[in-house]
Design a binder for this molecule. Structure first.
Ligand code: ARG
Length: 273
């Protein structure tokens, strides 16, 4: 890779589990702050081997702000700032909007009543110019149309049916050359069919239950490099056979909030020119 991607991250100073908005969160099982800080720092260092990290300021009233994948959706220099479903996370919206504006991004006009949780629910295909959008648990089904209009790009919407995989990026991950990691059971039967119809078998990498629970689909792909919390020997081998190099960076404290490697970062240059 010649050009380096910039990834937005937010330090976990205020990260904790203070409310429960997904099945992984339990206010009785709070993450350990010191371990979380160490794991996050280690993830920054791991990413820095191939990408540049950009930081935003954490806010005391927003414990989930570390999950910058939900700041918004960035595509071709423009951004849709997230409109969160839960009031607990709506406090993050002005912080992220302010950051994008200060950085000179142009903000896309968005229908106020359409919930949309940014790059958590909208992923850019790496094989062709098209977007994958998840709905059913967080983002509004109308988000797909709004994105297609805003960016003039083909959009495929996928329906999420398992509350544990509430964002598309928890169960689906486009990689270089059109390869795609995904956990089929997280999708409706119809969406599973759509995935099989649009992505050739040779490019689909099915992720089983145990890897999915370890958030293996919540991965960041940068060229041949794939970063994730943990991968089984089988998954590691499957990726290696297709020319990918897996970098594990354990983020177990963040799994307690229902997020992992991909959720903790937002690619500002996807797809890279
Ligand atoms: N606790 C956060 C939530 O439920 C986790 C967000 C994870 N982010 C992601 N892109 N999947 O909203």
């Amino acid at each position: 890779m010649t050009k380096r991607n910039r990834l937005l991250m937010c330090p976990p100073h205020h990260f904790t589990v203070r409310y429960e908005i997904n099945p992984w969160m339990n206010v009785q099982r709070k993450p350990d702050a010191v371990t979380a800080q160490d794991q996050w720092q280690q993830l920054v260092a791991t990413f820095e081997t191939v990408a540049d990290i950009v930081f935003c300021e954490p806010a005391a009233d927003a414990p989930d702000m570390v999950f910058t994948a939900n700041a918004g959706f960035v595509f071709e220099e423009r951004v849709v700032v997230s409109r969160f479903r839960h009031p607990e996370r709506q406090t993050e919206e002005p912080h992220f909007a302010g950051w994008f504006e200060a950085q000179g991004f142009s903000l896309v006009d968005w229908p106020e009543d359409v919930r949309f949780e940014g790059a958590g629910d909208c992923l850019i295909d790496r094989g062709e110019r098209r977007l994958w959008v998840g709905h059913g648990l967080r983002s509004d089904p109308r988000a797909g149309d709004a994105l297609a209009t805003a960016f003039d790009v083909p959009v495929h919407t996928l329906s999420l049916v398992d509350p544990r995989y509430y964002h598309l990026d928890t169960c689906f991950c486009p990689l270089a050359d059109g390869y795609t990691l995904y956990h089929p059971a997280a999708f409706s039967a119809e969406s599973q069919m759509l995935i099989r119809a649009l992505i050739p078998a040779a490019k689909r990498i099915e992720v089983g239950e145990a890897d999915a629970r370890d958030f293996a689909c919540n991965a960041v792909g940068l060229g041949e490099h794939v970063f994730m919390n943990r991968a089984s020997e089988t998954l590691r081998r499957e990726l290696a056979a297709r020319g990918f190099r897996v970098h594990e960076s354990p983020v177990t404290e963040f799994l307690r909030a229902g997020g992992a490697v991909k959720c903790l970062s937002l690619n500002l240059d996807d797809p890279i020119a």
